[in-house]
Design a protein around this ligand. Structure first.
Ligand SMILES: Nc1nc2c(ncn2[C@@H]2O[C@H](COP(=O)(O)OP(=O)(O)OP(=O)(O)O)[C@@H](O)[C@H]2O)c(=O)[nH]1
Ligand SMILES: [Mg+2]
Length: 503
């Protein structure tokens, strides 16, 4: 791909850098873990008391609640997506493809139902995007939630007679890094160690950690400074692997520790299989790995993931393509793993007997599509679809309906056609990070997705005949007319797929 900047009518080519790739993994625990989890859930529900039950009954009967999960790895665009979605659901002037838009008579923000979950800071994020000096919102680090409520005029003949109904949309933003951890629930320490060590040996970023392991003795008596040094070295490796575009970097809390930073539950690392005498480093790491699953992963799964009705997974596919074939293959693999959470199976059956929510719809969205001209969007979507193919068959089998889409939650560019060396070029134009207007020719994504996916599967180091680069744009300064939300690409179709049938 080539980048072209136009200053004062002159056209220049230059090279650009971009964000790294993203991908997602989630899995459901099967077996004893699942049974424990379900028993915990029953106990929790009983303890929540009669008041909650009454609230629940009231909501189910009179005011339906849709719980929409929004996830993606860090920098995939979750915060911008939720902010723009909410703004565009409050002011629906730019939502022509969102069916219920005309039936909604009022939309308003309300206090959320979960008192212990931080509120999604909608106002702060919106003001970042729409201020006179617009900028992207700050990175967010934990789960957060927002309730948007609608008054809807029911459709059909009885519409006028039955009056308006109220529907609540609870949007839950959670890091994809945490979702990656669900895969750990079904692994033993030995299995996880073997996989994590293979990956570390295979990646240049793992070299320091692998040499740190070579000089340590897992059978020696556990002492905390050694444990800490190994955990730090492993964390540093995960961070650099993540920065290099790898998606499969568990445990997720090692990347986003939050309030758990420095606690024993995050002070372990994978160790080679071998003797593990009582009191040894190996034994202690194994114990901490189990504690991590029990104290960190399971509560997240129980309190957030298992209550979601609809899910959107945001994917920076353009970022992955830019990072290269290895990042794309990593993305494809981890996306396939995500959907294993929705496989029919023991957990699914028991959960549904308990009245647990089943995720009915999952949207995989390639974000930041405003980086490329709209004539490239079908190709980007085709790449997403091809990546999802295996996984999707399984999920459809489980009854969840899935779709792939390319969107931009906040359109930061406009499209133009320019003449360059006698050729017509479809470009996107926007404000670069350095504050200069630039037009950018993103070249051509291949029509056939296999031109991206085959080299990725074969483990190619770089793309043979093309270079895919993208540019980082600042959000554009906005002048919004009354009734209009921020400009976007296909946010209305995403909303239609995710919640259109429920309003
Ligand atoms: N051009 C463009 N860039 C976007 C869009 N959405 C997100 N971005 C870019 O992606 C970056 C990350 O977006 P966020 O919404 O903060 O991503 P996030 O997933 O919430 O990131 P964390 O909070 O760090 O996990 C932004 O700072 C922008 O640079 C979009 O619709 N268009
Ligand atoms: Mg965020």
């Amino acid at each position: 791909m080539r980048a072209i900047a136009r200053r004062g009518g002159r056209v220049q080519c230059f090279s650009l850098t971009t964000a790294s790739s993203n991908a997602y993994v989630e899995r459901v625990n099967i077996g004893k873990e699942a049974t424990d989890l379900i028993l915990n859930t029953i106990a929790d529900r009983i303890l929540r008391g009669v008041e909650t039950v009454q609230d629940g009954v009231h909501e189910v009967l009179f005011e339906p609640v849709i719980r929409l999960g929004v996830t993606g790895l860090s920098r995939s665009g979750k915060t911008v997506f939720i902010t723009s979605l909410v703004a565009n659901l409050l002011d629906r002037g730019r939502m022509p493809q969102f069916g219920p838009a005309t039936a909604i008579t009022a939309a308003y923000l309300q206090p959320q139902p979960d008192d212990t979950v931080p509120r999604f800071d909608y106002e702060a994020h919106l003001s970042a995007l729409t201020s006179p000096e617009p900028h992207w919102p700050e990175s967010t680090r934990a789960v957060s939630e927002l309730r948007l409520s609608f008054k809807v005029r029911p459709a059909g003949l009885l519409g006028g007679l039955t009056g308006q109904k109220t529907v609540h949309l609870d949007i839950v933003d959670y890091p994809g890094e945490w979702l990656l951890d669900l895969g750990l629930m079904e692994k033993s320490y030995a299995e996880w160690s073997a996989e994590a060590l293979n990956a570390a040996r295979d990646r240049a970023e793992g070299a320091d950690f692998v040499s740190a392991l070579e000089v340590s003795d897992p059978t020696a008596k556990h002492d905390e400074p050694t444990a800490k040094a190994l955990a730090q070295s492993f964390t540093a490796y995960l961070q650099s692997a993540r920065a290099a575009g790898y998606s499969d970097c568990t445990p997720g809390r090692f990347l986003l520790p939050g309030e758990l930073d420095g606690s024993p539950v995050l002070t372990f690392a994978p160790l080679p299989e071998g003797a593990a005498p009582r009191g040894s480093l190996h034994r202690e790491f194994e114990r901490r790995f189990e504690a991590y699953k029990r104290e960190v992963v399971k509560p997240f799964f129980r309190d957030h993931f298992s209550r979601i009705d609809r899910q959107i997974v945001l994917v920076d596919a353009l970022g992955a393509i830019h990072s290269g074939p290895k990042a794309v293959e990593d993305l494809r693999r981890t996306m396939a793993d995500i959907l294993s959470a929705f496989r029919p199976g023991r957990v699914g059956r028991i959960m549904s007997l308990l009245g647990q929510h089943k995720v009915e719809k999952i949207l995989f969205a390639a974000t930041k599509a405003d980086h490329i001209h709209h004539n490239q969007h079908p190709r980007l979507t085709a790449i997403m679809e091809a990546m999802l193919r295996d996984a999707r068959d399984r999920a459809d089998f489980a009854g969840a309906s899935t779709q792939a889409m390319s969107l931009a939650a906040l359109r930061a560019t406009v499209e133009e056609t320019m003449q360059h060396e006698g050729q017509s070029l479809d470009v996107v134009r926007g404000m670069t990070e350095s504050g200069k207007q630039a037009a950018f020719y993103p070249g051509e994504l291949p029509e056939d997705p296999s031109h991206i996916l085959s080299p990725a599967r074969k483990g190619a180091e770089r793309w043979l005949d093309a270079q895919y680069e993208i540019m980082k744009f600042r959000p554009a300064r906005l002048t919004l007319r009354p009734g209009e939300g921020p400009p976007h690409i296909r946010l209305d179709r995403a909303a239609e797929f995710l919640i259109g049938d429920k309003l």
